[in-house]
Design a protein around this ligand. Structure first.
Ligand code: SF4
Length: 214
């Protein structure tokens, strides 16, 4: 076996979805010797990001192997955190959860940084295992007003078109959103629409990149 063959064996590309913002870009994680070392464009171009990744997605993998990342559970004993096994941590968490009676005393808050599948699993855990009806998502904080507005205007509190449609729009109206920084690959579609001659109407108090782009 030559050196090249060894390198190929130790390295693999794992297609995944960027969890950094809600755009859902697809890319590969480069895994070498069992460690995530880089990101790379996907073999198949997703219609969401067409093989592109923004700087946030490009470097988001770096936290995986950071030295200051916790890799073992810590349990507080006598005011100090001490390393514990997962079995010990899980047993402690289960014991604490059991102390809440009725179970509705427990509330579960999920994150937009996780995938739909993870959010679904947490919902099942909350309702099925903890038996609480109090399950919510951080998007409640930032999107509750848009959901109500969209439902009243379009009949659905969710996105009414695909991301690709934005690039083909004749007029794009953005209000209260800094999409170019918060969801850069959607911002790219807005700029594509603008380059195709679309009118861009932007309304937001802070100065941002849309205004710079004219
Ligand atoms: S726009 Fe950037 S941060 Fe958001 S999902 Fe795509 S690559 Fe990740």
């Amino acid at each position: 076996m030559n050196v090249f063959e060894v390198m190929i064996m130790d390295m693999k590309y794992v297609q995944t979805t960027c969890p950094y913002c809600g755009t859902g870009c697809s890319f590969n994680l480069v895994v070498k010797d069992g460690k995530v070392v880089d990101t790379a464009p996907p073999y198949h171009r997703s219609p969401v990001n067409e093989g592109k990744v923004c700087p946030k997605g490009t470097y988001a993998h770096e936290f995986v192997n950071r030295e200051d990342r916790l890799t073992t559970p810590l349990i507080k004993k006598d005011g100090k955190f001490v390393e514990a096994t997962w079995e010990e941590a899980n047993a402690l968490i289960a014991e604490k959860f059991k102390s809440y009676t009725p179970p509705d005393e427990c509330a579960v808050l999920s994150s937009a940084r996780t995938s739909n599948e993870d959010n679904y699993a947490l919902m099942k855990f909350a309702r099925g295992a903890l038996k609480t009806r109090h399950i919510d998502h951080c998007a409640r904080l930032c999107h509750a007003s848009t959901v109500a507005g969209l439902a009243a205007s379009f009949g659905s509190g969710a996105m009414t078109n695909s991301i690709g449609d934005i690039a083909e729009s004749k007029c794009v109206f953005i209000i209260g959103s800094n999409t170019f920084e918060q969801h850069p690959l959607i911002g790219r579609r807005v700029m594509q629409a603008k380059m195709n001659g679309a009118k861009l109407i932007y309304a937001d108090p802070p100065f941002n990149l849309y205004r710079k782009a004219g």
